[in-house]
Design a protein around this ligand. Structure first.
Ligand code: MG
Length: 163
């Protein structure tokens, strides 16, 4: 029953505060603000994991890695991706493509877009030309527009693993 493609959606929001390290898509940004989170707060990797887990019919990221577990405190979100992919492989699936939107006033995504695509491709085990990342501002509207938070939205397409 693994022969048909499966789509998954992940959305994640993190509050931004001055002086926090800024990780996005597994890439460090030199920025004045960074995400508040139990782990490293990487909204894009969290949304990507949830999209992939959702497509695979698995539990969501928060269920697999509780934000109340001290073991996940300050943890690099790349580790969540590695654990997610182990579960995907165990179901004889692979990631066929990822498409992401990151909404944030600052930092700007553009200078790091290619690095993020390559990082996501590496973490989710697919070619970089099957990963896309788009940056948008919040148009000065709501918490994102005021620079208080960032949001990442990712869709993932999964298909059967290559035998
Ligand atoms: Mg998160």
């Amino acid at each position: 029953m693994n022969d048909l493609p499966r789509i998954g959606l992940g959305i994640d929001v993190h509050r931004l505060e001055p002086g926090r390290p800024c990780m996005l898509g597994g890439v460090h940004f030199d920025a004045k603000v960074g995400p508040v989170g139990h782990s490293d707060g990487d909204a894009l990797l969290h949304a990507a994991c949830d999209a992939v887990l959702g497509a695979a019919g698995l539990d969501d990221l928060g269920s697999l890695f509780s934000d109340r577990d001290p073991a996940n405190l300050g943890r690099a979100s790349a580790e969540f991706c590695i654990a997610t992919m182990a579960r995907v492989r165990a179901k004889s699936l692979r990631v066929l493509s990822l498409d992401a939107v990151v909404e944030t006033e600052a930092p700007k995504l553009a200078p790091h877009r290619q690095a993020i695509r390559e990082k996501l491709a590496h973490l989710f085990e697919l070619p970089a030309d099957r990963v896309n990342v788009k940056g948008k501002t919040g148009e000065k509207v709501d918490a994102i527009g005021r620079g208080e938070a960032m949001r990442a939205t990712v869709v993932a397409l999964l298909g059967p693993a290559i035998e």
